[in-house]
Design a protein around this ligand. Structure first.
Ligand code: ZN
Ligand code: ZN
Length: 630
């Protein structure tokens, strides 16, 4: 009961915020019209953090003009103008908008008349523009709202008066094609942020600024982690030496954690004969996500979109008895999936990527515990990386249509109960989402949030009872008969590429010592200290420290720059340890320790520095929070 009323209150607040944001779009348009009477208006909906309006100006406006618009908005707010509603027949409305010189509104009205309101809101992306509660062809009446002398086609509702809006801030201008079609005229889309409180608004401004500063494409370039080459092709990331360190370390982490959990590692090819994909069902059902086949000696081979069929071959390489199960097979496996060029986005959407993948082959009576272990493995990774904000979603089939997913609905429900039991035992919070499941079984999706609150869909785990039928995956039971195995598909770190994009944003590029591409930089004060700096670098490089790259990563800045400049450069590169060495240090066998935050730890014996860095690198935990100055 209490829960229900709480939910209603939440929904009410959301509607109120949406109404205010949408009303703010009218307010901004009214201000624009006062400043540029000839401006032509497209659509102006509310969005998740504010509003926008698409406008065509005689002369394009610039960011400088946002201040003038905002000032004019304040002026109109002081007038506390009401939002007045009027109704007109569609034909009268078309005549009125023609008279006002608003061709886009005329076009919308004609569209409304021909196709109805749902079609219009779908096409424009604006659910408020529909202008009428009625739908279907031949909408006859439409509503208008007037603020001062700005008249807009709109369904409402709005706040009562312009003075009721705020706080808000105009954020930026972008280009937008009319009705989202690049063959149409390009308008200017003016964005505004709008929240219930000043504090929420400021938090959003901070988040947007941080998102810009932490953009993985920008930092990936600055920190020389990865690149894309037009010669190789878009969507195919090339990992540079420093970025490859991230891969080596994450793979090493996976090796260690999975070893603890009884996984065995394998390496399998990235191409395969077409028949394997008919057997797995990828062909023809998954064909759109796969690349065209290549011909090898008259046979068709495909680049693999998933690792599962290859891992099944590993399982099938020898017979298994009930005693050997579960068999857990892991690989840092490369896969290739088709993405349209317009969908590619840095490391977030690529055409080739690597999965921290594994398949667990188990008996039905082991499935719950195995799934639970997978959940706990996720939690271990997240704790280690400092991901505190994550959520899980159990995807259910559309239960009413279960027989459409698979012809054995009982098996489906049985698998679902196994997962529910594992989730319950884990104690982790999760939600259930109906109608989201894959056809071959229930799955649990993980979403993680970065330090600035961006959500990343990171991993999917499935309990699959169909692979058995397709691949004849069996074991010999105590009774000597063959029984089907259950397969758990899991990839806690998801796609390596997307995970690195997450890590870059999460740490703002200042990776903890264990992940940092360069962990120690030697900074000789003058040329005569270069030799000592090099010797010290060798000392750290050759120290016996367990890392994914086989030891500590150290370099020497032997450039002719001044010491202060070298320190600044090291900080820019977000290197955790900057070790300054001059006469005193060379004589005493020490180094002066500067952290990337600027913190000065003073001169320390090399052994003590080594112990400290070793602890951080092997323990995967920094001793102090050491965020660099932005
Ligand atoms: Zn409106
Ligand atoms: Zn799989």
């Amino acid at each position: 009961m209490a829960k229900e009323s709480l939910m209603r209150a939440g929904t009410g607040a959301d509607i109120e915020l949406h109404t205010m944001r949408h009303s703010a779009a009218h307010l901004m348009a009214a201000a624009i019209q006062r400043l540029w009477p000839a401006a032509k208006f497209g659509v102006g909906p509310a969005i998740s953090n504010g509003f926008y309006y698409d406008v065509l100006f005689d002369e394009p406006i610039g960011d400088d003009d946002l201040t003038a618009i905002a000032e004019k908005m304040k002026e109109i707010q002081k007038e506390a103008l009401p939002y007045r509603r009027d109704e007109l027949s569609v034909d009268a409305a078309i005549a009125e908008m023609n008279k006002l010189g608003q061709p886009f509104k005329v076009e919308l009205l004609n569209l409304l008349k021909e196709k109805g309101s749902t079609a219009v809101s779908k096409e424009t992306g604006d659910s408020d523009v529909v202008a009428s509660e009625a739908d279907g062809k031949g909408v006859s009446t439409v509503s208008f709202y007037t603020v001062g002398d700005f008249i807009d086609l709109c369904r409402g509702p709005h706040v009562a008066r312009t003075s009721d809006i705020g706080p808000y801030k105009l954020s930026h201008i972008a280009g937008a094609y009319w009705r989202g079609n690049e063959r149409n005229q390009q308008l200017q889309r003016i964005y505004g942020l709008c929240f219930g409180t000043q504090e929420e608004l400021e938090k959003e401004i901070w988040r947007i600024e941080q998102t810009r500063l932490r953009d993985h494409r920008k930092l990936g370039k600055e920190l020389q982690l990865f690149t894309f080459s037009p010669e190789v092709g878009s969507g195919l990331p090339i990992w540079l030496p420093k970025g490859t360190v991230l891969r080596d370390e994450l793979e090493f982490l996976a090796q260690q954690e999975e070893r603890r959990d009884g996984y065995q590692r394998v390496v399998t090819p990235v191409i395969t004969k077409e028949n394997l994909y008919y057997r797995s069902g990828h062909l023809p059902y998954y064909k759109e996500d796969m690349y065209q086949p290549m011909d090898i000696d008259g046979e068709k081979f495909y680049l693999r979109p998933m690792n599962c069929p290859h891992h099944h071959q590993v399982y099938l390489a020898q017979p298994h008895s009930y005693r050997e199960l579960p068999v857990r097979i892991a690989e840092y496996g490369n896969v290739y999936r088709y993405e349209p060029s317009g969908a590619l986005s840095g490391l977030m959407r690529t055409r080739g990527f690597t999965q921290n993948d594994a398949h667990i082959y188990c008996r039905f009576d082991q499935a719950k515990d195995e799934f639970l272990r997978v959940m706990r493995l996720h939690a271990r990774y997240y704790e280690l990386i400092g991901i505190t904000d994550y959520s899980m979603r159990l995807a259910l089939p559309d239960l009413a249509k279960l027989d459409k997913y698979v012809n054995e609905p009982e098996k489906w429900l049985e698998a679902l109960e196994v997962i529910r039991a594992a989730m319950k035992e884990s104690g982790y919070q999760y939600v259930e989402a109906e109608g989201e499941a894959a056809f071959y079984g229930p799955k649990v999706d993980f979403m993680i949030k970065s330090a600035i609150g961006t959500e990343y869909a990171i991993s999917t785990n499935q309990l699959d009872f169909l692979a058995t039928d397709r691949f004849d995956l069996n074991y010999v039971g105590e009774d000597g008969a063959r029984h089907p195995v259950y397969v758990i598909h899991r990839a806690p770190l998801g796609s390596h590429e997307r995970f690195v994009a997450f890590l870059i944003e999460h740490f703002a590029g200042a990776f903890p010592t264990w992940l940092a591409p360069v962990q120690i930089r030697m900074i000789p004060v003058a040329d005569r200290h270069v030799e000592y700096a090099r010797k010290t670098a060798d000392f750290f490089t050759n120290a016996n420290v367990q890392t994914g790259t086989g030891g500590l990563r150290v370099d020497v800045d032997d450039s002719s720059e001044r010491m202060q400049k070298k320190i600044r450069q090291g900080q820019l590169e977000k290197i955790p340890y900057l070790l300054v060495v001059g006469d005193k240090e060379a004589q005493a066998g020490t180094a002066a320790v500067r952290l990337r935050s600027g913190k000065d730890l003073g001169a320390m014996p090399l052994e003590r520095i080594l112990e400290r860095v070793r602890m951080e690198a092997e323990g995967r935990k920094d001793l102090v929070e050491d965020a660099p100055a932005q």
